[in-house]
Design a protein. Structure first.
Length: 215
């Protein structure tokens, strides 16, 4: 297994042990809930794929650039929150909406110290690690729609909480050069979200190449 924190600049030995213990004590529980319960995935996934997804999100969040810094007390607080969020999205993002609400119960039971708001599900929030160190609703960060007269009809996309959360996940994984596979039923906006995100990122250091496949 690759040892990711050799100089302890990101996680101290104590926090490394803590993260490892939390991972081992919860990951099988989450997979069992998805596989053996009544939860449904419109597009089936593989167990190893789900575990890898959790780790991919953590790879992004456990960086100074992502806001993960401070003393061990602050890092422990942030670690509880970002692991819970990564766990929910890494394991449960492919579930249908009904199943997500039930998986949310498991997440909140397993990660009480993460202080996930109880008003909605964990999928309705992101963790603001750079400023407030707290969970905030997606609606608080949805950008205002700006009409571009030069854009074609198919390039226009009105941001909503749903499109923004999926764009956030895509950008989060691309930031650490992770492969991303969006799954879901036809017509939910997968292609539009991906294309819109890649177009925005192309203004920086990314050059998108589109390949069309016939269904």
């Amino acid at each position: 297994m690759e040892y990711r924190f050799p100089d302890e600049s990101i996680l101290s030995k104590d926090l490394q042990s803590y993260l490892f213990d939390v991972f081992l004590s919860t990951i099988d529980m989450g997979i069992e809930k998805i596989r053996n319960g009544s939860l449904k995935e419109p597009v089936k996934t593989d167990n190893l794929q789900l575990v890898k997804s959790v780790c991919n999100f953590l790879d992004n969040f456990l960086r100074i650039e992502a806001g993960f810094k401070g003393d061990d007390k602050q890092k422990r607080k942030d670690l509880d929150a970002i692991f819970a969020w990564s766990y929910a999205w890494g394991l449960g993002a492919s579930l249908d909406d009904w199943s997500k609400s039930y998986f949310d119960n498991l997440v909140k039971d397993c990660f009480k110290t993460a202080n996930i708001p109880t008003s909605l599900t964990v999928y309705d929030f992101f963790y603001d690690m750079k400023k407030e160190h707290a969970f905030k609703p997606w609606e608080a960060s949805v950008p205002k729609f700006e009409f571009n007269r030069e854009a074609s009809y198919f390039e226009l996309m009105v941001p909503t909480a749903d499109t923004f959360k999926h764009r956030y996940c895509l950008e989060t994984l691309l930031a650490v050069k992770k492969n991303v596979f969006f799954t879901g039923l036809t017509g939910v906006g997968k292609t539009a979200t991906i294309a819109n995100t890649l177009t925005a990122l192309s203004l920086n250091d990314l050059t998108p190449v589109y390949l069309n496949f016939s269904a």
